[in-house]
Design a protein around this ligand. Structure first.
Ligand SMILES: Cc1cc2nc3c(=O)[nH]c(=O)nc-3n(C[C@H](O)[C@H](O)[C@H](O)COP(=O)(O)OP(=O)(O)OC[C@H]3O[C@@H](n4cnc5c(N)ncnc54)[C@H](O)[C@@H]3O)c2cc1C
Length: 308
């Protein structure tokens, strides 16, 4: 084999083929990759030419690109994954249209004989303040009826029955494409998923967020570990300018201006808006990750309420 002239990195080569387990039977595996932090810098220098010596240090340039949303150099890098994901999570995942996908076919082959199971202490309660989300757990030994143990037992019965019906249809000669119709969303699927780094970061921004469903967040976190190892400078810029940053709306800026002594301007609303509270939650989460003391963080709520 001729020696490769492609850009390879130690971090990436070590990760190729390594399986990152996710949920009870899922995984993420890096199959291939293209480019490195250097490829991003190289691509960016095509547009900036030689006139930007001050930003010519790689880290500085990547930070500049990320901060200013000059995104195309990040599209020069690609990652290809092999993933194994329950169908309900896959439905959310597949909404990211900028990836290339080739999925396991349950018309061509029998469905994967594995379904994602929920442990008794993993049943989440419906959130009351967010129609889409969950909040807290149905305790395994609580007075909740049914409790976690029972929910898990019923899940197992349902999954076994669905598998039995599926296998019975296959044995009866029903076409695989039709036999599968009553399989549950917990059934695992597998796919090759290839995406450029810019769009992958967009996926991670949305799917690592606390508003994303727990299950897809676990996959996003596993992918994040891979990206971090292959593109360390890009990852640190992403953490700084995207992942751990907040966006302020016009009225939030006007509220800030007011409280910094800049007076009241048209559009300023004395009420605490839902957006401000959401941003406060994000700030608290970023501060927690940065290691700021929990008591100080809890004090933010009162300070904001006093301020507004
Ligand atoms: C917390 C959360 C809750 C959600 N809830 C719902 C829900 O209730 N119902 C629902 O249907 N979806 C829901 N979604 C899915 C969401 O609306 C998006 O479809 C999904 O996140 C993919 O985002 P995207 O389009 O930005 O990504 P991608 O498809 O990867 O696209 C990346 C970017 O490329 C550009 N782009 C891609 N395709 C086009 C195009 N055809 N035209 C113009 N620009 C394009 C856009 O700038 C886009 O942001 C939810 C997502 C999240 C994270």
């Amino acid at each position: 084999m001729p020696e490769t002239k492609r850009t390879t990195t130690y971090g990436a080569e070590k990760l190729i083929d390594k399986q990152f387990p996710v949920l009870d039977d899922g995984f993420v595996r890096l199959v291939d990759y293209m480019g490195s932090d250097e490829s991003i810098v190289q691509a960016a220098r095509i547009s900036y030419g030689k006139g930007t010596k001050s930003t010519s240090k790689d880290r500085g340039l990547i930070n500049y690109l990320m901060r200013n949303r000059h995104t195309s150099p990040f599209e020069m890098c690609e990652l290809k994954f092999h993933v194994r994901v329950p169908m309900d999570t896959w439905r959310q995942w597949i909404r990211h249209r900028t990836a290339n996908v080739n999925e396991y076919s349950t018309r061509y082959s029998e469905a994967i004989d594995s379904m994602q199971c929920t442990k008794p202490d993993e049943w989440r309660k419906q959130a009351t303040n967010n129609k889409q989300g969950s909040d807290g757990f149905i305790g395994a030994d609580e007075l909740d009826i049914p409790n976690g143990q029972e929910l898990t037992m019923i899940e197992r019965l349902g999954q076994n029955e669905a598998t039995r019906i599926y296998k019975e249809r296959i044995e009866a000669g029903v076409a695989r494409e039709q036999a599968r119709k009553d399989l549950p969303l917990s059934t695992y699927t597998e796919a090759y998923w290839k995406i450029d780094l810019h769009n992958l970061l967009h996926f991670l921004k949305l799917r690592m967020d606390e508003h994303a469903q727990f299950e897809i967040r676990q996959y996003a976190n596993a992918i994040a570990e891979i990206v971090k190892a292959i593109y360390p400078l890009t990852w640190s810029a992403f953490e700084e300018y995207v992942l751990n940053s907040i966006q302020l709306s016009k009225s939030e800026i006007l509220a800030l201006v007011y409280h910094l002594g800049g007076g009241v301007h048209e559009g300023f609303d004395v009420k605490i808006s839902k957006d401000i509270l959401e941003n406060l939650e994000k700030m608290k989460s970023i501060a927690t990750k940065a290691g700021i003391d929990k008591d100080i963080i809890m004090g933010f709520d009162q300070k904001v309420i006093d301020m507004l």
